[in-house]
Design a binder for this molecule. Structure first.
Ligand code: PGA
Length: 256
């Protein structure tokens, strides 16, 4: 973390877990644990159908609510899709785009992700853009090339003012939901490589200001060490965000 230059963000990604009826108790417990403190920006990216419950439960609290995906289309005949304007109007402040599960299971390309990111920005949502290599790509030493292409594909041509609203997340695919976390060195190297790429594309001030989160089996036990890396500005947390107590432990690790 480098709070002098950029915001620390701890974001939960509930994925396809929890029910609308689970949200009030989750929120009450998390807010009780936080006790009104906000050591960093805190967000919960909930399934769309849980957004109304989450927005209500976290209203006026230090926890903001986000989505996990957004349509690349503005509106119209796109059955099952949810637009950026709809998410925004429902109370979301941010949305994940380009998560590896969507890239792998829904065939999302960098071009589609670029469109989604722009739709989010146009509607006033902060995109959390995920990039990261597969195990196979790491084994052949292609991890930096992979993230470079993903960043270029999604961000090329973006106005600097728009980039300031983007949050990046380095999520090595081999570490997601596997219990196998990147070492602090690996996380630090790759978040640093992402910042270098942003510097090449948008210049030093933009690179210095953008928050780069780490995601992939982050938990209460490893968060403090990962977050102590200068280029790691927070976490995107799946499994460990499903229980308010374990999510809070990660938020608490920001202060250590
Ligand atoms: P995980 O998921 O913490 O369960 O590994 C992270 C993510 O996919 O965002």
């Amino acid at each position: 973390m480098n709070p002098k230059y950029r915001k620390t963000v701890i974001a939960g990604n509930w994925k396809m877990n929890l029910l609308p009826s689970d949200v009030p108790a989750y929120a009450a417990r998390l807010l009780e644990l936080l006790g009104g403190e906000q050591p960093c920006e805190i967000a919960i990216c909930a399934p769309s159908v849980l957004l109304p419950a989450a927005v209500t439960a976290f209203l006026g609290s230090p926890v903001s609510v986000g989505a996990q995906d957004v349509s690349a289309q503005e509106s119209g005949a796109f059955t099952g899709e949810i637009s950026a304007a709809q998410l925004k109007d429902a109370g979301a402040v941010c949305t994940i785009v380009g998560h590896s599960e969507r890239r792998a299971m829904h065939g999302e390309t960098d071009a589609l992700i670029a469109q989604k990111l722009r739709r989010a920005l146009a509607a006033g949502l902060r995109p959390i853009l995920c990039v990261g290599e597969t195990l196979q790509q790491r084994e052949i030493g292609a991890e930096t090339d992979t993230i470079r292409l993903q960043l270029k594909g999604a961000l090329s041509g973006l106005e600097p003012a728009a980039l300031r609203r983007v949050i990046l997340a380095y999520e090595p695919v081999w570490a997601i939901g596997t219990g196998r976390t990147a070492t602090p060195e690996q996380a630090s190297d790759m978040c640093g490589a992402i910042r270098t790429e942003i510097r090449k594309m948008f210049g030093s001030p933009a690179a210095r200001a953008i928050s780069v989160l780490y995601g992939g089996s982050m938990n209460a036990g490893n968060a403090a060490e990962l977050l102590s890396c200068p280029d790691v500005d927070g976490g995107l947390i799946g499994g460990a965000s499903l229980k308010p107590d374990s999510f809070y432990q990660i938020v608490k690790a920001v202060q250590q």
